[in-house]
Design a protein around this ligand. Sequence first.
Ligand SMILES: Nc1ncnc2c1ncn2[C@@H]1O[C@H](COP(=O)(O)OP(=O)(O)OP(=O)(O)O)[C@@H](O)[C@H]1O
Length: 477
Amino acid sequence: MASQLLSVPSFSLLPKVSPFHPPLLSTPRKLPLFHSTTCSPLQSSSNSRITNLQAVTNTCSETESNAPTETTALTLRNICQGFVPEHILHRQALMEEIGFVFPTDIQREALPTLFTGRDCILHAQTGSGKTLTYLLLILSLINPQRSSVQAVVVVPTRELGMQVTKVARMLAAKSTDVEVKGCTVMALLDGGMLRRHKSWLKAEPPAIVVATVASLCHMLEKHILRLDSVKVLVVDEVDFLFYSSKQAGPVRKLLTSFSSCDKRQTVFASASIPQHKHFVHDCMQQKWTKRDVVHIHVSAITPMPLCLLHKFIVCGKKNKHQVLLALLESDAPESAIIFVGEQSEKSKKAGNDPSTTLLIEFLKTSYNGSLEILLLEEDMNFNSRAASLTEIRQGGGFLLVSTDIAARGIDLPETTHIFNFDLPQTATDYLHRAGRAGRKPFSDRKCIVTNLITSEERFVLQRFENELMFSCEELML
Ligand SMILES: Nc1ncnc2c1ncn2[C@@H]1O[C@H](COP(=O)(O)OP(=O)(O)OP(=O)(O)O)[C@@H](O)[C@H]1O
């Protein structure tokens, strides 16, 4: 089994410097373009891999998962029965209304392992349902009768935290037909009202806390929150947090000083784990996880969803706005996100307007379509950021201009088009931006990612194509 998959080209995003381990290669490997057919949701995923590092004693060999062959009728309920409380599985909202009937590949591969209590690294494409995977584990472990924090989910941004909290509350809500206490979920996020949270934590600790790193560490350092009763600690977008100069230190402290890996189940999730073998090794060495951590890698040879079609158009910097307008008219997206690069410090100092502002102003005067134009960027205050996303969530039909703040984890399933008005900095950023579209796990619908580039940027896009193994079709002006 172990050797079978070793010949498959391994996907690995290579950052310039790894916070996990010194880089092995300084330049990205040029990989052949490789396409494979997507796994039907009901088939076992032939390109998924599960690595158990203890079993293979540091060789980082990868074994094909032994997913059952007769999975045709396997439902989420089948997988969760006996682990997740019946009243949650019974809830109409979970199974039918929301449409969570069949498991996605990562849910089918990971849940049985997670239910055994093993630490896991969930490594699967954007929009593949990693959130529901770890939330179902959490619901299988917590006791609503106990008044203590039993699960913590750490996220990189307030926006992602709000989204995860919403899903957790929906799943954990008190059932109407049975006498079972619902679980409380606290959102402990940057920009939140920490004073109110302090009183809440003292009066009646919630069972689940969804937190940004800074807010969580603040509460831990002030001894307002303790992790003694925590059974499961999830770090979502784990690579992003480890690469963030501000957040990496506090995350490590959280994993090793504020709590011990021996006393909790640890789950890491992301669609991109650069140099994942080193990362798994470091997880064990640094005691971020136990030594029998399992790396569950779904769609290892197709890092981006195959329902995404990638295009590019070469244009001059000066006519980018007009080209975008023409694309919006010709493509007529149902909902779209336009990603714009962050303003440089130099440009800020020179007193220039950020590109986001310029683009919003241009669209407001020139775009005649029916989509509502919205803005999301770091420099907005937290209330305006929340308002932008709330407006979006009330039904699609949006044209969201955003920096990379919307690139990680944000789930807007109505998004049909992504426009990279400015190219992202890295292939990993490309993967996450593109992955804001194509987020309906069982849909065949194609979504489009269009890159507006100058002729000098063509080689950068080609590098992304090689690293992420996709190909981009050229559009002519
Ligand atoms: N079993 C399922 N059946 C149908 N839809 C599902 C299922 N599981 C998850 N989804 C939906 O799929 C979408 C993507 O899920 P989710 O946000 O968890 O993706 P993700 O893997 O965390 O992506 P990312 O890496 O971008 O954060 C959500 O809208 C979610 O409701």
